[in-house]
Ligand binder design. Structure first.
Ligand code: ATP
Ligand code: MG
Length: 561
């Protein structure tokens, strides 16, 4: 491809709302342009990468026996009503004005519809059906460029089995295919969530990458691979040790002391001697949650423990509930349910609020003074805490989900009556799995992980072109001739080459070559050409060396492995 004729509108500056590095670089390299919030056009260079990622996915899906479909994105709404998912998706699902059709946000229903009509006997299974196709989701806050689009390309696969063991097998196949796909794409990823293993379990695993653009926060141990969303993550951390002797309880005047830090400073005590109070309203009833020191309540964990409806109490409700405002609330004398984080289990000689503004209580013994107290795990784990599985430490960071594998079981086959008959002629619901990968996310996450100050650093599998050929002074006929020969030779060898044949300065060409990031740059300049040489630069390492023109082809092949 000749750059002079190729539509690659590179940019020096990008709009202010592009803050995520992959978004910035995809705009700067002319891979994509935004059409509307969360809706992107892929321009020729970007689309080449999209096709390469899709092809890697396709190869690995075919290798596990997947059969490729192409389902319509425009779906009759009735099919989605069979599973109740029109309601479940709510505003995320796009509806056409006439209300008869929806734009598919995923395709469980449509695949199940086809399975129901054709997969009728145990002899028809197992099946793995997949497609690489556009999905529509009315994401409320599309941001981070193509990472969260309202229209995006997904590889979605569905497995159909006659038994739970069969599902386990299909799930394992996808697990291994996903690892191959992400490895080939050159992504550093980790896996969150473990399959339940148990028969009939609804195991699921998310393939994640660390990214500032991520909306999930994950605790990860690099050493043993423990990874969990902070909503469920635990850590190895000391709980408070009970002192041998319990002091008696006493009230302390603490004017203007509202936080744990202020309390520690005022009383010259440690954070680990303080129990912080938070009031929530659970099914209309107040509940006091106690945390050690500055530990944070994890509201997802809290909701799991309590069930039902939970919300933080409003500041104006606190005084009615406890007798004090935030900063002076505590367990002693609190009327209502009290649950403390496990780290506070049976602690004594603790400080907490007195349920009276500007007063605290010292010498609290939870066993003696708060006999009805319950304990549970509510805390949000923090970076540096011990890994719950090994002796190393956790790191907590934002992450993006690249892919998801999920044992659906009979959720869809039950509601849509997708049944098969077994050997004895008895009917059962088909046992299903579903497996998704976001194609744009693979591209964006690759860029997040593989760039430098000058631009993208493509690997050979995802690169739009393998070689970027730069002719420096194209007013010289000998340079034009040499470039044309190399360009033709590379093309003949099936090596994708982008030839910068534009009439622009050398500096401009070098900058664009680094920005666009093809793995190998071949530079044809006057001086070297006189010696029948050219310069080769490896984008990833920045390494440059001279190569005899006669050896160029074999050198390029060697570098591309
Ligand atoms: P998230 O939690 O990030 O919204 P999800 O749980 O909604 O993801 P799935 O429904 O499991 O995602 O979809 C499968 C894959 O599709 C995801 O792993 C992700 O790679 C991709 N994906 C999901 N939503 C989007 C989106 N709005 N834009 C781009 N890719 C997406
Ligand atoms: Mg989502």
């Amino acid at each position: 491809m000749r750059l002079s004729k190729y539509f690659v509108p590179t940019l020096k500056e990008v709009p202010n709302d592009a803050v995520v590095i992959s978004h910035i670089l995809m705009l700067r390299t002319g891979m994509v342009r935004m059409l509307s919030a969360g809706i992107y056009s892929f321009l020729p260079l970007g689309y080449r990468v999209m096709r390469k990622v899709s092809e890697i996915i396709r190869e690995e899906m075919d290798a596990i026996g997947g059969q490729e479909f192409h389902l319509p994105a425009l779906n009759p709404k009735e099919i989605w009503e069979e599973t109740g998912r029109v309601e479940a998706f709510g505003d995320t699902m796009f509806h056409l004005k006439n209300r008869e059709y929806v734009l598919a946000p995923t395709h469980e229903e449509i695949m199940t519809y086809h399975a129901r009509n054709v997969v009728k006997s145990y002899k028809d299974m197992p099946q793995i059906w997949y497609q690489i196709q556009t999905k529509f989701r009315n994401e409320s806050r599309p941001r981070s460029g193509v990472i969260r689009g309202r229209q995006f390309l997904m590889k979605d696969a569905y497995s159909f089995d006659i038994s739970w063991e069969g599902l386990d097998k299909s799930y394992e196949l996808h697990d291994s295919a996903y690892r191959k796909i992400f490895d080939r794409c050159g992504l550093k990823y980790f896996v969150v969530g473990a399959s339940s293993g148990a028969m009939g379990g609804t195991g699921s695993e998310e393939f994640m990458v660390k990214s500032a653009a991520g909306e999930d926060t994950v605790a990860y141990c690099e050493s043993c691979g423990y990874a969990a969303n902070v909503e469920v993550a635990t850590s190895r951390i000391d709980s408070v040790e009970r002192d041998i002797e319990s002091k008696s309880i006493y009230e302390i005047s603490t004017p203007n002391v509202h936080s744990i830090d202020e309390l520690c400073k005022f009383l010259k005590i440690e954070e680990t001697q303080c129990a912080k109070s938070r009031i929530y309203v659970h099914n209309e009833k107040p509940i006091l949650i106690l945390m050690l020191g500055n530990d944070e309540v994890n509201e997802t964990k809290l909701e799991k423990v309590l069930g039902g409806n939970v919300r933080p109490a409003h500041p104006e409700e606190l005084k009615d509930i406890s007798g004090a405002d935030a900063g002076s609330i505590g367990p002693v004398g609190f009327s209502g349910r009290i649950i403390a984080d496990n780290r506070l289990k049976d602690a004594n000689n603790m400080f907490s609020g007195a349920n009276k503004n500007d007063y605290h209580i010292g010498g609290i013994d939870f066993k003696r003074d708060v006999p009805a107290i319950e304990y549970a795990d509510f805390r949000t784990v923090k970076s540096g805490e011990g890994c719950p599985r090994c002796e190393k430490h956790l790191e907590v960071f934002p992450s993006i989900e690249l892919g998801h594998i999920f044992k659906l079981g009979t959720k869809y086959s039950d509601s849509m009556k997708a049944l098969f008959t077994d050997e004895k002629g008895e009917e059962h619901p088909i046992i299903m799995g579903s497996y998704g990968i976001g194609v744009e996310r693979v591209m964006a996450c690759y860029i997040e992980q593989n760039h430098d100050a000058n631009g993208i650093v493509w690997n050979k599998l995802l690169a739009p072109f393998q070689v970027h050929l730069l002719g420096l002074n194209l007013k010289k006929q000998e340079i034009v001739d040499a470039c044309e020969k190399i360009y033709n030779d590379l093309n003949k060898q099936g090596i994708e080459v982008l030839f910068d044949d534009r009439d622009v300065t050398a500096g401009f060409k070098f900058n664009d070559a680094d920005l666009l990031g093809m793995p190998i740059q071949v530079v044809i300049g006057e001086k070297k050409l006189k010696e029948n040489k050219c310069e080769v630069k490896v984008r990833k390492t920045g390494e440059r060396f001279d190569v005899e023109l006669s050896e160029l082809m074999s050198k390029v092949k060697e570098l591309l492995g």
